[in-house]
Design a protein around this ligand. Sequence first.
Ligand SMILES: NC(=O)c1ccc[n+]([C@@H]2O[C@H](COP(=O)([O-])OP(=O)(O)OC[C@H]3O[C@@H](n4cnc5c(N)ncnc54)[C@H](O)[C@@H]3O)[C@@H](O)[C@H]2O)c1
Length: 284
Amino acid sequence: MVPRDKRVLAVNFICDIQPGVRDERLQEDVWIVTPKGEFEGKVAVVTGAAQGMGRAAAERLAKQGAETVLVDIQLDRALTVCAELARNGLKTRALACDVSDENQVRKLVETILGELGHIDILVNCAGILRPTPFDELSTAEWDRVMSVNLRGTFLMMRMIYPNMKERRYGRIVNFSSTAGLTVSTLGGAHYTASKHGVMGLTKAVAKEGAPFGIRVNAVCPGLIDTEMVQGSISPERIRRYENSFPIARLGTVEEVADLVYFLVSDRSAYITGVGVNISGGDLL
Ligand SMILES: NC(=O)c1ccc[n+]([C@@H]2O[C@H](COP(=O)([O-])OP(=O)(O)OC[C@H]3O[C@@H](n4cnc5c(N)ncnc54)[C@H](O)[C@@H]3O)[C@@H](O)[C@H]2O)c1
């Protein structure tokens, strides 16, 4: 117990308590109370974690105590994120990988399993958006969008699934989109097709994985305030979209990270194989 004369601000978590540690700056003994996150001892892998929703999801999981691996093609940027998170005492590491490349994904997973021993949580966020109209769409662009958004999600799941199955524990969240439930607002037919594919993959693996303690769900964001959106359309067009949503604004990366957290936590223990629409009521 913390002594009566010591003030405690808030204890909502299971905590590690170190009593009577000398603080030279304060010149007195202090009690260090460190919240133990619910994912303490778990390893989380988040793709597309150098920016946007992947970064926010990685930060959220690391704050809950998961040893979190940030995977991205932009290694420098992912390393900068790790350094920023480390300043807040969060345990993260960054690894470069193009998720559409089978050899790179295999090497990535071997490296993580070699260093950390297991993977408990996988968040497949890496994705690309292309707005090309259908009658201008090349086969090469179709292949690229499908290979990052769908093949990348498949490869990450396929390489990590055996470790989860063996350990009878796994939480997977894939990034689909409202484009995976209806038709994309900003992306072309290839983007919509890739996100529908992610939904199919999510449902099929959820069914196969359930007996082995593996839950697989998807998030289906509407328009979220990230570089992907800001880089695709003008501020005026963004305002027009915002005004058309029942909740008249863009979503935030933190709101999506909260949903990812819910889907990997035990609060969603009876939920698998769903795509959760997070779009401010856009599809109503
Ligand atoms: N922003 C939105 O409004 C929105 C809406 C619905 C769905 N999504 C989906 O959510 C996910 C994240 O979107 P965001 O807006 O945060 O995107 P973003 O462009 O800000 O970030 C995507 C990240 O993925 C990484 N990436 C791209 N290709 C990769 C590859 N081949 N291998 C590894 N990493 C790669 C990028 O470097 C980047 O860091 C995507 O799958 C996107 O399709 C976004």
